[in-house]
Design a protein around this ligand. Structure first.
Ligand SMILES: Nc1nc(O)c(N)c(N[C@@H]2O[C@H](COP(=O)(O)O)[C@@H](O)[C@H]2O)n1
Ligand SMILES: [Zn+2]
Length: 391
């Protein structure tokens, strides 16, 4: 939720990081302002999973209390949300207020600066959800609008706007995609039986959440063991939903030829292996339309560096415990989604979601921050951020 202090039940104060003497430090915000920004977020989410390396952005133009134009950024290379909203509002935009979930850009990228388009359209006021962390923008859009005499408010529904684009923000600040570790375990902390059987730990509502998570990510990563034992499809299973790139990390490339992942074409597949591993199988995969990339040594960080260069913002780790521990140790995981099913399977050697992290004392445990706990059908979902992550 917002960090904004409450003034009275339906009014909040927005405080801009970019105030100067000519602009009041605090401005009362109405429920309407919040509702419009939440609408921006809703619009932005229409492009869920499709905008990388760009952020998801929504914009709403309001005049005399009425919405006269809306827009969202559909994908990189296409116009920004503000441009779609201006187009929808037409000449009526003169003197109007625009709400936009991310600071308007002020640079020539794949598209021209939105700040100039807003000035040219005669927009009177701009309400911004969050400052753009992109160093090419970073307050420059706000400064340009203010220099043109436009009133600018910053920080409305800021936390929600940041959460919408945590992948983009992490990518810009850390030059790596944002990593999410997802696992499903029983009440006694097992992800499979001692024999390795791991299907159906959670109920179908939890599986629906997982498909939604996949739709929001650019890639989903598993290790070779998951292909051998679970034989997953790794798709989002929803009509019209985005399917992430399916990524397999396997040093040996000792994988079944008839695995579902390479026998299904709904989503692209990329296999990372080490130099020279199983050349016959590499050729077989390529013939099946699977991309094969040799990375030596094959580590989570190398994979994340590669996916960063490919323009990815967010990656879902759906791997077993050994790879998960390695991804955590290499800071390739920022957030955890743990589904807990009220079942007990027992077994001293039954696998657990995170392998050895080399910790010797409970005081070294990684305590998740900003934890949210929800009931999903008959299961429980614990969501939180690893300690080093800052939004
Ligand atoms: N305010 C805003 N609205 C949008 O719809 C956007 N896509 C962005 N993106 C910012 O601009 C950069 C991309 O520019 P090009 O699409 O290459 O022109 C992106 O990195 C964000 O900083 N901003
Ligand atoms: Zn723009």
């Amino acid at each position: 939720m917002d960090n904004l202090p409450m003034v009275e039940p339906d009014a909040f104060i927005a405080e801009s990081e970019f105030q100067d003497d000519s602009h009041p430090k605090q401005t009362l915000l109405s429920d309407f302002d919040h509702a419009m920004m939440r609408r921006c977020i809703e619009l932005a989410r229409r492009a869920l999973g499709r905008t990388s390396p760009n952020p998801m952005v929504g914009a709403v133009i309001v005049k005399d209390g009425e919405i006269i134009g809306e827009g969202f950024h559909p994908r990189a290379g296409e116009p920004h949300a503000e441009v779609f909203a201006l187009k929808a509002a037409g000449e009526n935009a003169r003197g109007a207020t625009i709400y936009v979930s991310l600071e308007p850009c002020n640079h020539y990228g794949r598209t021209p600066p939105c700040s100039e388009a807003l000035v040219a359209a005669g927009i009177a006021k701009v309400v911004v959800g969050m400052v753009d962390p992109n160093p090419l923008v970073a307050g420059g859009g706000i400064a340009r609008l203010r220099a043109a005499g436009i009133e600018v408010l910053v920080g409305v529904e800021e936390q929600a706007c940041k959460k919408l684009n945590e992948g983009f923000i992490h990518r810009i600040l850390h030059h790596r995609p944002f990593g999410i570790l997802k696992y499903a375990m029983t009440l006694d902390g097992k992800i499979a039986t001692t024999t390795g059987h791991s299907a159906w730990v959670t109920n179908k509502d939890a599986r629906g959440e997982v498909h939604q998570l996949r739709a929001a990510c650019d890639a989903v990563i598993v290790g070779g063991n998951t292909i051998r034992l679970d034989n997953p499809y790794l798709t989002s299973h929803r009509e019209g939903a985005h399917n992430p790139l399916r990524v397999v990390m396997s040093r040996s490339l000792d994988l079944p030829q008839n695995a579902r992942i390479w026998q299904t074409a709904e989503a692209p597949t990329l296999v990372f292996t080490e130099k020279g591993a199983n050349p016959d199988f590499q050729e077989l995969l390529r013939n099946l339309g699977v991309e094969v990339v040799e990375l030596t040594p094959l580590t989570p960080d190398q994979v994340m560096a590669y996916l960063y260069k490919r323009g990815f913002c967010s990656v879902l780790w759906e791997c077993g415990g050994v790879l998960a521990a390695s991804a955590i140790a290499q800071k390739a995981v920022q957030k955890v989604f743990a589904f807990i099913a009220p079942k007990i399977v027992g077994g001293v050697h039954a696998p657990t979601p995170v392998g050895d992290l080399g910790l010797t004392s409970m005081t070294e445990a990684l305590s998740l921050e900003r934890v949210e706990i929800r009931v999903v059908g008959s299961d429980c979902l614990v969501e939180g951020y690893l300690p080093s992550h800052q939004l």
